[in-house]
Design a protein around this ligand. Structure first.
Ligand SMILES: [Zn+2]
Length: 375
């Protein structure tokens, strides 16, 4: 066991029981709020910009999902501004940016673009921003390459791989049909990825205006998501790794069927707990900025351990497939096909982690579906 996992175990032991809503859920169960503190009651409206600190601006853009918004931050950078993330690549977001650049951001020049990860709500308009301002794009190498790979998501062989992956986990073929029928969704939601980028690596230091940011990267939600930490000013741009009210999606997909996404996520949380101060203002990719980073890290780690225990408990009664475990883990939620796909990805993430920790083992069946049983 790594030192980080040991640390995480200690964290879990010292934390109380917490239930979190799943990211795609309608329910917004209240959080044990006493540990978290929100300095802003409300987010900026569609044509508004909030100055969080001198030289730190907060913008919120709409998303066409249940998670209906994404946060963008601008950091003063000499004569211009560094933009962190871009919004989803659709006409509404282009219209929203155009209104902002003609309104509250009139005269603002974006001199550098940082994209935290390859999901379309973050990288979506990178091509459009880079073209408009002629600015460089900064990403981690893995997230840039992942964005390039996502642009070809709809390839038939990739869809077939996802179908076989779901079949092996016992998922309903109708749901798989509905999910894969969504086809080229990703392509419709990103502008063309800029053909060149500048690499951000963990451990780098980035000077943005008067501030120095340490680059931290972490897996689990995305492969190598970039976070920015300014220790002097106690600012932490957490991207989607630590959100205040929802638990970021941590899934496994056909492209890497044995990935231990949850193990990577927990390791990243443990690293953040170790290297980032507790009194930072957290600027997340979704939701409101907040204080209480370490309390939130504990809640997120507890939430996943709770799910692991639910799964182990069910598997002790009888071996279970992923498809059988989805309603066990997500019993509070009515799921449509899209949400069922994400729920399955999350359950596999927990199963793979439990396999790595040797808490479960695989039981193959004659039909080719795999079930899981205690070791
Ligand atoms: Zn996001």
């Amino acid at each position: 066991m790594t030192a980080e996992l040991k640390l995480l175990r200690q964290l879990r032991r010292s934390a109380g029981e917490v239930a979190l809503p799943m990211p795609t859920s309608k329910s917004s169960e209240p959080q044990p709020a006493e540990d978290l503190h929100y300095p802003f009651d409300a987010a900026p409206g569609p044509d508004e910009v909030i100055e969080i600190r001198p030289g730190v601006k907060w913008i919120r853009l709409k998303l066409p999902f249940r998670l209906n918004h994404v946060n963008i931050y601008l950091l003063a950078d000499g004569d211009g501004w560094t933009m962190v993330d871009t919004g989803i690549g659709n006409d509404e977001t282009i219209a929203a940016w155009t209104r902002l650049f003609e309104g509250p951001l009139r005269g603002t020049t974006i001199t550098r673009l940082i994209v935290t990860h390859a999901h379309p709500d973050h990288v979506g308009l990178a091509g459009w921003i880079v073209e408009r301002f002629g600015c460089p794009l900064h990403m981690s190498q893995v997230e840039y390459l992942q964005s390039a790979y996502f642009q070809h998501r709809g390839a038939p062989e990739r869809r077939l791989a996802q179908r076989l992956f779901f079949r092996r986990h016992g998922m309903d073929e109708d749901i798989t049909d509905q999910l894969l029928g969504r086809g080229q969704d990703y392509l419709a939601r990103v502008s063309v990825l800029p053909a060149a980028y500048y690499r951000l690596s963990r451990g780098d230091e980035l000077v943005i205006g008067a501030r120095r940011f340490a680059i931290i990267t972490g897996g689990g939600h995305a492969l190598d998501q970039v976070m920015l930490y300014c220790a002097d000013d106690k600012l932490f741009l957490s991207a989607d790794q630590v959100l205040s009210k929802i638990s970021p999606n941590v899934s496994v997909w056909a492209v890497e069927p044995e990935a231990n996404s949850l193990g990577e996520y927990l390791q990243s949380l443990a690293e953040l707990d170790r290297v980032v101060a507790d009194d930072v203002l957290v600027l997340p990719g979704h939701g409101l900025p907040f204080f209480g980073l370490k309390a939130r890290i504990r809640q997120l780690a507890d939430h996943h351990e709770e799910r692991c225990q639910m799964i182990e408990k069910a598997c002790r009664v009888a071996p279970q497939s992923c498809a059988e475990l989805v309603p066990v883990v997500f019993h509070k939620h009515a799921l449509d096909a899209h949400q069922t796909g994400f729920a399955a990805g999350e359950v596999v993430a927990h199963l793979n982690h439990l396999l790595v920790e040797r808490r479960l083992t695989i039981v193959p069946t004659a039909e080719g579906v795999i079930r899981f049983a205690p070791t």
